[in-house]
Design a protein around this ligand. Structure first.
Ligand SMILES: NC(=O)CC[C@H](N)C(=O)O
Length: 431
């Protein structure tokens, strides 16, 4: 079949992955995405015969199932072990990189095109990046955004975080969906053998480790920042009153604090080991138990703190905070097959029957069957029916397994902050 020159134009798009079999031209074809991929050998580099504008694969990701993935490195170099999880968010990679709940994990983005907006000063969700590394399909060759202050590669290198690109993220995602989360080792060190890296991946486990102690703050501090007015999409219905809240930092995301402040809370953030007695001494109107990394069963001290506070003031648990509440109420948590990480999870709010599209990031969940009588499941994840929210009205408890603060993600669940205000208000009035 012949193709007339006018029948198609050539569009270079470096973000689209290349296959061995490019699409067959047809007379209807208007756009053909082209990016070539030639087999590279180390001889080419040594002889200098083949000069190429791109670099040779210089990193390996080795998964505990025995699979090896050649990739190109950006950011920091070295060798790092972690659990590989995939995130389906289309936007917000900077908020994901700075979400402390990813400590100990490699985040693999299913969106193939990452880095295009660079990084900026406003989208940090914590004081540093705690994740093990970033795995992406295509690293944008340009950055373009009015807020961009730096490229993604420079940002990661400065923070000593490893990243890899040009790796088949779809194939790894399918593997994780089928077999569950896997431990992996990422290395740029040629001196380490494949066998050594595989052995490393098989001798490390994320289960049972207290990752919270590595991300929490060292001392209490006051939080004052609100959501900037330009970005506040939901400023109606605020209470005139100020509510005093103590927020336990198990790896807290800044936007939880910004949203609470915007709803009129005066917040003291405290470390994960802060004694319950000290919290109760300041007579807060409410206590927030934050999100945080890792296995909720590995932090019994945090469950004890939650137990001591339960029933004395209204409490709101988010993600890890929800799991700790579940345990403190007598329930059990379990590790899910590959968890939920992304900004497109439908959740049914059983109280009002509405469906919220939510931002999620968790590998563990509360088993609703293990909960005692009186504890209500208020939200259900519609993808798999897992428990997404709890309430125990007798003790003024509410919790969500996902992220009402978004960052990144949809804002459908922002009303949860309003509900926490109402809970504090009605408890205050009843006192
Ligand atoms: N975002 C979070 O708080 C994560 C909770 C917990 N670390 C999990 O993976 O389930």
């Amino acid at each position: 079949m012949s193709i007339k020159a006018m029948d198609f134009s050539l569009r270079i798009n470096p973000s689209i992955c290349f296959t061995q079999n490019p699409p067959k031209p047809s007379s209807k074809l208007r756009f053909l995405t082209v990016r070539c991929s030639l087999p590279l050998t180390s001889d080419d580099a040594a002889t200098g015969l083949a000069e190429r504008p791109w670099k040779v694969a210089d990193a390996r990701l080795v998964l505990e199932d025995g699979s090896f993935w050649k990739a190109k490195s950006f950011g920091a170099s070295g060798t790092q072990v972690g659990e590989v999880v995939f995130n389906t968010s289309l936007t917000g990679y900077q908020e994901i990189l700075t979400d402390p709940s990813y400590a100990g994990q490699f985040v693999l983005m299913t969106n193939p095109h990452i880095g295009n907006t660079g990084v900026n000063f406003d989208d940090e969700e914590s004081r540093q990046c705690f994740l093990a590394g970033l795995v992406i399909r295509s690293l944008s060759i340009t950055t373009s955004n009015w807020r961009c202050a730096e490229t993604l590669g420079d940002y990661l290198a400065e923070r000593n975080i490893m990243g890899i690109y040009d790796v088949d993220t779809r194939a790894i995602t399918r593997r994780l969906r089928q077999d569950g989360s896997l431990i992996g080792v990422l290395s740029t060190e040629q001196s380490r053998s494949d066998e050594e890296l595989l052995e490393m991946s098989r001798s490390w486990d994320i289960v049972g480790i207290d990752l919270i102690s590595g991300v929490t703050c060292n001392a209490p501090y006051e939080w004052v920042d609100k959501t900037k007015s330009d970005w506040d999409f939901n400023s109606n219905g605020r209470d005139q009153e100020t509510y005093r809240v103590v927020a336990y930092d198990f790896g807290i995301k800044h936007n939880i604090l910004r949203r609470l402040a915007s709803y009129g809370c005066k917040i003291t953030v405290v470390p994960s080991t802060w004694p319950a007695a000290e919290t109760l001494k300041v007579k807060p109107d409410g206590v927030l138990f934050s999100n945080g990394p890792g296995d909720p069963s590995a932090v019994p001290y945090a469950v004890e703190t939650v137990k001591e506070i339960l029933g004395k003031v209204p409490v709101f648990g988010i993600c890890m905070g929800h799991q700790l509440l579940g345990q403190a109420l007598g329930g059990k948590t379990f590790k899910m097959k590959f968890g939920h990480h992304g900004g497109n999870h439908p959740v049914c709010n059983l109280i009002n029957g509405r469906v919220e599209i939510s931002a999620q990031n968790h590998n563990y969940a509360v088993d609703p069957a293990s909960l005692p009588e009186g504890v209500e499941v208020t939200h259900v994840n519609l993808n798999d029916g897992s428990c997404a929210g709890l309430a125990y009205p007798a003790l003024n408890v509410m919790s969500l397994q996902y992220h009402p603060e978004a960052s990144p993600g949809p804002h459908d669940s922002d009303c949860a902050f309003r509900e926490f205000i109402e809970l504090m208000k009605s408890t205050k009035q009843a006192a």
